[in-house]
Ligand binder design. Structure first.
Ligand code: RB5
Length: 147
């Protein structure tokens, strides 16, 4: 699969960990930075990652900042993007099964009960339920963008 990943300066190490793990599993990763020593405002990196994803050719997007909060809020402002900020591996799986998220966010300064790699793994293994109620609810989320 093909991923786009972006981060600010507070999540360089976490981004590297996720990227190395994805690549070790044969996935392609377009790393938009920032790298070691770089600095960025998280809304800029979120926007860049989302616009790159929406241009096509990607399966998923990953965005990381210190808490994951600012960059996930920013990603969710981009029309068409549903970005999860999971608390643990269960929530990561639900982000796919119930919410059909294409983006997932993590915080480089957060101590999670499950590692971000485990959360990402569960997110990727999960499948969108796509049953009536989830279709209806995800449709309502997207409908808010039109109001
Ligand atoms: C950067 O210092 C920090 O504010 C940012 O990474 C993030 O945690 C914001 O939500």
């Amino acid at each position: 699969m093909k991923f786009v990943i972006a981060n600010d300066h507070a999540a360089v190490e976490l981004k590297e960990t996720l990227k190395v793990w994805l690549e070790s599993r044969g996935h392609e990763v377009n790393d938009l930075g920032v790298g070691t020593g770089g600095k960025a405002d998280y809304p800029d990196k979120a926007k860049e990652a989302c616009m790159t994803y929406l241009a096509g050719g990607y399966d998923y997007g990953i965005v990381c900042c210190g808490t994951g909060i600012g960059i996930s809020i920013s990603a969710n402002k981009v029309k068409g993007i549903r970005c999860a900020l999971p608390q643990n591996a269960f929530a990561a799986a639900m982000a796919k099964e119930h919410n059909d998220c294409q983006f997932i966010a993590f915080g480089g300064r957060i101590e999670y009960p499950d590692t971000p790699v485990e959360m990402l793994k569960r997110f990727l293994e999960a499948e969108y339920g796509g049953t009536d109620r989830h279709l209806r609810r995800v449709g309502k989320i997207m409908g808010i963008e039109e109001e």
